[in-house]
Design a binder for this molecule. Structure first.
Ligand SMILES: [Zn+2]
Length: 345
């Protein structure tokens, strides 16, 4: 065997995109359960991939945990938010869940470099996963001057779009540029050093307008290369290059339809090489030190829709088998940690 699993297991694993609170509060999953127990409780539908114990078993040092409120849609999201106030309250309940988990000793919420370093030290002995709070879709920020309120509350990353929002064209629906409100949000973010900009889900037009107005810390928490799957959801070579130029990191999404053009539910699962191909494309453009994981596990798909043999977070450690020598520790987590250390307050 070419590697030592013992060393691998102690290398911090960072996942830059998990909709944990959304899955608890909106989808009714109890993420405090062992994964097998959660699967027993939900025999129908998507097979769950993530619980807090499963993250701990995987050696997940840090997860970017989202505040994700879905907008109202008559078929897809009949209980979704219809007003900025509703979006705000929804995201707040999700943030309160993360704080509740922290009080229960299940996670540590990280908001500063100092907390990160103390947490990583503690993680080596107690294995408790850290959470960094990421807002996916900025509608919960009722007006741009409320950005400071969310930063005070611990939000460290904001992605303005999902589908189109009041702020920006997104991956579907409105794929146009920034709105007037979106330009104001970029100005507010430019003045708020505690919050980074997540380019994931921004439409191509919104992306270029945003990076023209904002030059603070930039990432794509969960986006793949458009070279493999041609959709507004993914990054062109030029967008990837721009994120690299800003010293950002890009998390690979582990959803088969985002890795293999035309893949559909029920098709045979691709193997680890599908993940490696996407990562290698990003690395070719901006270097392996800017490649990370943003799995989006359970973000609208389950374990059957991820590459084989990835059935749970711990299986990501098998990426060491397909990545070039030396790339693994950075990709599994080191690159995200370096990026955070470069700007966290
Ligand atoms: Zn997403």
């Amino acid at each position: 065997m070419a590697y030592d699993w013992g060393v691998n297991e102690r290398t911090p694993f960072v996942d830059a995109h998990l909709d944990l609170a959304h899955n608890v509060l909106d989808n009714g999953l109890d993420l405090t359960l062992p994964l097998e127990e959660l699967r027993r409780q939900h025999p129908e539908g998507d097979v769950p991939t993530v619980t807090l114990p499963a993250l701990r078993e995987a050696g997940a040092a840090l997860v970017f945990a989202t505040l994700f409120a879905s907008p109202y849609h008559p078929e897809h999201s009949p209980t979704g938010y219809r007003t900025p106030d509703e979006a705000h309250d929804w995201a707040w309940r999700q943030l309160e869940l993360y704080r509740q988990w922290e009080r229960e000793g299940r996670v540590r919420v990280i908001t500063s470099r100092d907390e990160l370093e103390k947490h990583l030290k503690a993680w080596e002995s107690d294995g408790v996963t850290g959470l960094l709070v990421l807002m996916e879709g900025a509608d919960p920020i009722r007006t741009p001057d409320e950005l400071g309120f969310w930063a005070d509350a611990g939000v460290r990353i904001v992605g303005p779009a999902w589908g189109g929002t009041r702020y920006a064209g997104g991956s579907w629906g409105d794929i146009g540029g920034l709105s007037e409100l979106g330009r104001e949000l970029m100005a507010a973010m430019q003045k708020e050093p505690r919050v980074a900009l997540d380019a994931s889900h921004l439409s191509e037009q919104s992306f270029w307008e945003a990076v023209g107005l904002y030059d603070g810390p930039l990432l794509a928490s969960h986006s793949n290369a458009r070279r493999f799957v041609n959709s507004e959801r993914h990054l062109t070579d030029e967008m990837i290059a721009k994120i690299g130029e800003r010293d950002g990191v890009i998390g690979t999404v582990l959803y088969n339809a985002f890795l293999v053009e035309g893949w559909q539910r029920g098709d045979e699962r691709p193997g680890l090489e599908a993940i490696e191909s996407n990562m290698a494309r990003v690395a070719e453009l901006i270097g392996w030190e800017r490649v990370g994981i943003g799995s989006d596990f359970d973000g609208g798909f389950g374990a059957r829709e991820t590459p084989a043999p990835i059935d749970r977070p711990a299986d990501l450690r098998r990426l060491e088998e397909v990545l070039p020598a030396g790339a693994f520790p950075g990709v599994i987590g080191g690159n995200w940690l370096r990026w955070l250390r470069s700007w966290l307050p």
